[in-house]
Design a protein around this ligand. Structure first.
Ligand code: C5P
Length: 225
């Protein structure tokens, strides 16, 4: 039973790397960003006005979410509807920080995340890789392995452009720049995920390809366990 916590900014590669690490070690995989995205989609549908903090928190408290933990296919459902793709839409990406900076929402999701991690690392579970922005510091500060996955701004923008536009030429990078940098800036108002907290190991992936980054994370896991 092992808990591996991985934090990092957008475009650091943390989702794909965390998924692959979970797959190779036979662990469950928790994408906490997807939970914030699902909460945003739910609040858009149920409340509409995301600045109404109390109404948003009430809606999220009752959200009928199913969280997929399979690293091969982490399916997210709201009210039995598969929303795994919808939560990646531009409309959700541009509004997710509004919901993620709502402190009551954070308390609700934090509780759910801790329960999931506890269940996956309990007697019947193999363990879990949980990734996000505040896993190493707030959600699971006692995790066996705590990693901050960083990358230079240039590398992060290039990767995000490739993800979203399928290419990373100057125009595609420029088009993603606003969204990525604004989201990181907004998110930074409620949590620190750009600098490693005490005891958290930094893995800088700026000059590493995917395979090398996975190997670097696995090396940290091996060292610590
Ligand atoms: O990782 P991803 O880009 O999907 O995360 C989407 C958003 O969810 C982030 O921009 C942030 O606002 C929020 N988030 C968070 N805390 C986490 C994970 C994600 O606030 N642990």
């Amino acid at each position: 039973m092992i808990v591996i916590a991985i934090d990092g900014p957008s475009g650091s590669g943390k989702s794909s790397v965390s998924k692959e690490v979970a797959r190779r070690l036979g662990l469950a995989y928790l994408d906490t960003g997807a939970m914030y995205r699902a909460a945003t989609l739910w609040a858009q549908q149920e409340v509409g006005d995301l600045t109404d903090q109390a109404a948003v928190a009430d809606a999220v408290a009752e959200m009928p979410i199913a969280v997929g933990l399979d690293p091969d296919e982490p399916v997210f459902e709201l009210d039995d509807v598969d929303v795994s793709e919808t939560i990646r839409s531009t409309s959700v990406s541009t509004e997710v920080s509004k919901v993620a900076t709502n402190l009551d929402v954070r308390a609700i999701l934090r509780g759910m995340q801790r329960e999931i991690i506890e269940a996956a690392s309990g007697e019947d579970g193999e363990g879990i890789v949980a990734e996000g922005r505040d896993i190493t510091t707030v959600v699971a500060p006692d995790a066996d392995v705590r990693i901050l996955l960083t990358a230079s701004e240039e590398a992060r923008l290039r990767r995000r452009a490739l993800d979203v536009h399928g290419e990373a030429d100057a125009a595609a990078v420029e088009a993603t720049k606003d969204q990525v940098l604004r989201r990181d800036r907004d998110d930074s108002t409620v949590m620190e995920f750009q600098v490693a907290a005490d005891g958290v190991v930094t893995v800088d992936s700026s000059d590493l390809d995917f395979e090398q980054t996975v190997a670097a994370v696995l090396a940290v896991v091996e060292q610590v366990t």
